[in-house]
Design a protein around this ligand. Structure first.
Ligand code: NAD
Length: 251
């Protein structure tokens, strides 16, 4: 198995893509920490994994809380002897509005969860990675972090753009320590988040018209990309951003 006994943190794993990523890591042999602010959802994801013979534990984590990260890393180091992989997946998406309609509070919240959260996670795991001789980080970003600017919410897109640069900096500054860091950039995924964002048929059609493949991504297609970048199959790839977008960014 690709991830036999690998110790993995997946943030935002109570729901959606994060839960699917966590399930796949567990199916491939990992010991998974389901870290989410949604305690009930995290417990349900962990229970579903354990029920089918996998290994997972739920942790309450607000990714914006530095102390929460320190506690999580300390507890995993104690219980599992270390951490091998961090997937920074937790994020919030805000509806598309013009810059002048986006409040400063919305901006701060998006930046805190989507950009500062992955920064705090990276900062917390690096000493453990160093002590273990290396580790891998996958940041779940978005096409919004790279382009399609005409149809993106300013707060969400700028938070994901910050995550792109965090990926580059982590990769460049820590490669010599055996740390790899890459990002995945999904276009719209067949998920609760996308279904509510594009609930109106006209909004859905408009969004899909910007995707050459003409359809939403399926969750497994994003999961496969995350696990590829977390695995040794991508051992010489670091600092890369992998679009999973049906061609949206090359339109
Ligand atoms: N769904 C899409 O169409 C799509 C497209 C591109 C990128 N993405 C990215 O994929 C990732 C997952 O998206 P999703 O569709 O599964 O979203 P989702 O809303 O279903 O799940 C997000 C999870 O993050 C958690 N979370 C939110 N704030 C948190 C905090 N402060 N601390 C800890 N956990 C917190 C939520 O509780 C939830 O479990 C996000 O990074 C998102 O930006 C999604």
């Amino acid at each position: 198995m690709r991830f036999s006994d690998k110790r993995v943190i997946v943030t935002g794993a109570a729901n959606g893509l994060g839960a699917a990523i966590a399930r796949q890591f567990a199916a491939e042999g990992s010991i998974v920490a389901i870290a989410d602010i949604d305690e009930k959802g995290a417990a349900a994801t962990a229970a579903a994994i354990v029920e089918v013979g996998g290994r997972a534990t739920a942790y309450r984590l607000d990714v914006t809380d530095p102390q929460g990260w320190d506690d999580l890393v300390r507890s995993l180091s104690k219980n599992c002897g270390g951490i091998d992989i961090l997937v920074n997946n937790a994020a919030i998406a805000s509806g598309l509005v013009r810059i002048e309609d986006r409040t400063p509070q919305d901006w701060d919240r998006s930046m805190a969860i989507n950009a500062k959260g992955p920064f705090l996670g990276t900062r917390a795991v690096l000493p453990v990675f160093r002590a273990n001789g290396g580790g891998t980080i996958v940041n779940v970003s978005s096409v919004a972090g790279l382009g399609q600017s005409q149809i993106m919410d300013p707060a969400y897109a700028c938070s994901k753009a910050a995550l792109t640069m965090l990926t580059h900096i982590t990769a460049a500054q820590h490669a010599a320590e055996g740390v790899r860091c890459n990002s995945v950039h999904p276009g719209p995924v067949d998920s609760k988040l996308a279904r509510s964002a594009y609930a109106q048929p006209s909004a859905f059609d408009k969004r899909i018209s910007r995707v050459p493949a003409g359809r939403l991504a399926q969750v497994f297609e994003v999961v496969n990309a995350v696990l590829y970048l977390a695995s040794d199959d991508s051992s010489y790839i670091t600092g890369a951003g992998l679009p999973v977008d049906g061609g949206a960014l090359v339109q």
